[in-house]
Design a protein around this ligand. Sequence first.
Ligand code: NAI
Ligand code: COI
Ligand code: MG
Length: 366
Amino acid sequence: MKLKIALLAGDGIGPEVTQEAVNVLNAVAASGGHTFEYVPLLIGGAAIDAHGTPLPDETLQATLACDAALLGAVGDNKFNKLAPSERPEAGLLKIRSELGGFANLRPAVAYKALADNSPLRPEITEGADIMFVRELLGGLYFGQPRQWDKQTGRAHNTMVYTQEEVERVARIAFDIAAKRPKRKLTSVDKANVLECSQMWRFVVDQVAKDYPTVTVEHQLVDSMAIHLMNRPRDFDVVLTENLFGDILSDESGVITGSLGMLPSATLGGKVNLYEPVHGSAPDIAGQGKANPIGAILTAAMVLRFSANLEREAKIIEDAVVKVLEAGYRTSDIARGDIAGQTKVSTMEMGRLVLDRVEAELGVAAS
Ligand SMILES: NC(=O)C1=CN([C@@H]2O[C@H](COP(=O)(O)OP(=O)(O)OC[C@H]3O[C@@H](n4cnc5c(N)ncnc54)[C@H](O)[C@@H]3O)[C@@H](O)[C@H]2O)C=CC1
Ligand SMILES: CC(C)CC(=O)C(=O)O
Ligand SMILES: [Mg+2]
């Protein structure tokens, strides 16, 4: 297997966690016959600093010429006063839209080893395993018109969806649900207030007719936020529009023990885009405190969806579980009051996972 991967490390903790993801990918390459070529490219604040724009054309063109894109995170407080169109985040939104992936898969799995890290009681989270399918190219983040008119003191954004946009992401979510043991799909909307959501619900019900084995329910986003905390095990595939999915998937970090645990893959476009769910975390950047597991599990998704290496993806996921079971914790998932835990840095956590991946694959330690 040959894979050319655009490496969009970005800002803050982005480069720190991406390096750990690359290390495990390299172990898989070394395990036999695979070549992963990386193309390091600037995006976000790093690209603004170097080229005055958050997505240089060179980055976009080079990414389009790759088989997959692995992104860390973008954003830095020093750009907070810029207009949305000039900020690092605009570079991420633009590359998402140019790559064309519309189905953002964000799995949230409550690992037993981290049961005491969630503020939710272990009996609430135990066994929770949710696959969020977030629509990534529509809704408020992309809708036109949008403006802040400082003269009139009025600002507006536009939520817009077409039936086709809803249908294509709904089909991906139903396909996934049909293959999972629970075969349940929860569609999230705000159909009691928004026309976009009423159409969303109508289209989901239409698509559901093609998936008779999948149980479908609709939840309003506000009460969904509390159901997710009260009874996370009741959910299986959760289908949402762009903004609601952004919020609810971050919220699911409470179920898993940390936002730093969450990976994602965006499918359906010209080039699949892989990124952990978290942002650039400027509060901990450069201190070796970032949890690289979200990025490492994102690397597993690269192998699963862009390289068809399911066994190797599983080896990485199992290695993460084993390291957690052995008690190793980055600071976001460390609890000083629990015996048997060893606090480790970003690089140490990456190394611990890598050691197990290399051992499992029979690769000499790098
Ligand atoms: N995909 C992306 O590139 C995203 C970028 N952002 C940007 O990131 C910047 C910071 O945004 P925030 O709202 O603070 O969200 P954030 O996700 O960066 O951080 C939220 C909190 O979680 C912690 N955290 C996040 N990832 C972690 C990890 N891997 N290990 C340990 N702790 C972790 C942070 O320290 C912080 O306390 C902003 O500029 C924002 O726009 C936010 C979300 C996604
Ligand atoms: C453009 C991003 C900063 C939005 C976000 O938080 C995300 O996609 O998770
Ligand atoms: Mg987000």
